[in-house]
Design a binder for this molecule. Structure first.
Ligand code: GLU
Length: 337
């Protein structure tokens, strides 16, 4: 029984509210919001609005090259143009590094991270050949210094996280049961970079936890990253762990992930060429299994779809399980309006 401190009367116990669901749109402002990430963002937005999740817009400008002026505004403008809205943000990661430093202090004091100024060449020389199909060199255990608690005092060098042996398993809402062994496939990974900034892996975990994110929807190139992120959640004692939904990527006709060589698939290039957002959403709807794709389509493909119609007709279980292929015909179809 709770006691109301105002008038000392006993109050009825309050039912615990169901956990509020929160998701995030986390574009990297690289200036290239293309059809592939537009599809992921639109699906993320549609699921959130359908199920009443709160949406945080987070600009991930820490990882990668310096962000050019105006690119953040351009990314936000394109999301809005597509019909996407959000409830909180934009929160720009680089605006305050304090939370990431606090996480590093904690990990360092617990002996879970260590500074590492080895070059890539030195690491490669000490490592065994990468496993077939992997382009990542596994950081060799022999290069890890002995365990001891430290101060996070030097922030202009790389710091690595100690990855212990054992599997990391989780159930993805789209891709199903996942099981990875980061100790075997990655080894100790970088959580703080010599640029004086957190790595993507650390920044994403600190932010997802402090922003109360419960639902993560993104491309399945990050399926394995989720295992690393779960290790950080656990090492930092954060929780509850989020629910993951990783969607297949959009690829070019050569099977490679969508890039410049497949033509200019940037949303702002289509917008500048006079392509309407409804036209683009109609293509994304085909890629999400909402409308049939030629040649199975009984009639000519829908010429346009509103964000609202996309939202109401999206069904996660109908999204094709294999990667989507963007073809030159798709490009011609978009522009033929
Ligand atoms: N910023 C990342 C991207 O644009 C997304 C990372 C994430 O969703 O965890 O690819």
């Amino acid at each position: 029984m709770n006691v109301d401190p105002q008038n000392h009367r006993q109050t009825k116990p309050q039912p615990t509210p169901p956990q509020a669901q929160v998701t995030r749109l986390a574009p990297s402002p690289t200036g290239a919001l293309h059809l592939g990430n537009a599809r992921t963002f639109l699906v993320n937005w549609a699921l959130a609005r359908r199920y009443g999740w709160r949406i945080v817009l987070r600009i991930e400008d820490l990882d990668g090259p310096r962000v050019k002026p105006g690119v953040i505004e351009q990314t936000i403008d394109l999301l809005s143009w597509l019909g996407i809205d959000w409830d909180e943000g934009p929160i720009v990661q680089s605006s305050d590094l304090t939370p990431y430093r606090a996480a590093m202090d904690e990990l360092a004091r617990a002996g879970r991270v260590y500074p590492c100024d080895l070059t890539r060449a030195q690491i490669e020389a000490a490592a065994s050949a990468p496993q077939e199909g992997s382009h990542e060199v596994v950081f060799p255990r022999t290069l890890r210094p002995g365990f001891h608690p430290r101060e996070f005092s030097k922030d202009d060098t790389n710091w690595r996280f100690v990855v212990e042996d054992g599997p990391v398993a989780y159930t993805d809402q789209f891709a199903g049961a996942q099981r990875f062994e980061p100790a075997r496939t990655i080894g100790d990974f970088v959580v703080w970079t010599m640029r004086g900034q957190p790595s993507y892996q650390l920044a994403v975990v600190v932010d997802d936890a402090r922003q109360g994110i419960t639902q993560i929807i993104r491309g399945d190139d990050l399926l394995e990253s989720a295992a690393r992120q779960l290790l950080l959640y656990r090492a930092l004692g954060l929780g509850p762990e989020p629910t993951y939904t990783h969607l297949p990527l959009v690829r070019g006709h050569d099977g490679k992930r969508l890039a410049k060589r497949h033509g200019d698939t940037r949303l702002d290039a289509y917008r500048a060429a006079g392509v309407s957002r409804e036209r683009i959403i109609a293509l994304l709807a085909r890629w999400c299994g909402i409308t049939p794709s030629p040649p199975t389509a009984p009639t000519a493909p829908l010429t346009g779809m509103s964000p609202r119609d996309f939202l109401t007709s999206l069904d996660l279980s109908r999204i094709p399980r294999s990667d989507v292929v963007f073809t030159p015909e798709d490009d011609r179809w978009l522009r033929a309006c």
